[in-house]
Ligand binder design. Sequence first.
Ligand SMILES: [Zn+2]
Length: 220
Amino acid sequence: MPASPDERRFFGAILEELGMGEWPGGTIAAQQRLAVRLMRKADVRMLVIDELHNVLSGSRTRQCVLVSNCPSCSRDLWAHWLGSQKPRVVGHCDHCDFRLSKAIARPALRAAAGLQGRLLKLKRTGAEMPPLGWIDWSTFPAIADLGMYAIWVDTADHARETVFSRIVRDLGMKPDQRLFIEWPANYGSLVMMTCMLADWPNRLQQTLHDLQSLNIDGIL
Ligand SMILES: [Zn+2]
């Protein structure tokens, strides 16, 4: 997969792998149809896509939260059979047999999807990142890492839960939505950064206060 793909490059890379050479041009829909047709002809059984969030497309309101656990029993979905030589039909949870195609997509928080869009631009060209100002890609991960370090390292679970509850409240979500966010995953980090950047540096300072164990000097 290209390092920072969009839909066109994503399907272009598949077509190239299937021996079609460079895509001569045309709509993304036509490119997608051809890629799917050729994969069927080549008897492709599985497409493993890493870093899928890079190819999310559509309007912000259509972007969904990617999860790695079963919507029915909440257990992790592991592809532990990847090395198997036997054909495998993927469609059910191994634990509770829930049919994964029946899962209802949960829309991503609009502000978090907006931040993701700005981060993709930042990665390519640098970007204006209010309220931090103009920054390049090497700077933002350092800022995000400090925030994540403060949340996850040497902090008590109850203090962290206080932070998550406040983030959900500050972002205008219902309290129980806290339970549906995988906080250690990419989306959880995105939600946390969305909240902190919306009132920077006050919410960062409030977070450090809630965690009761660190101050800004402590994480630098
Ligand atoms: Zn399950």
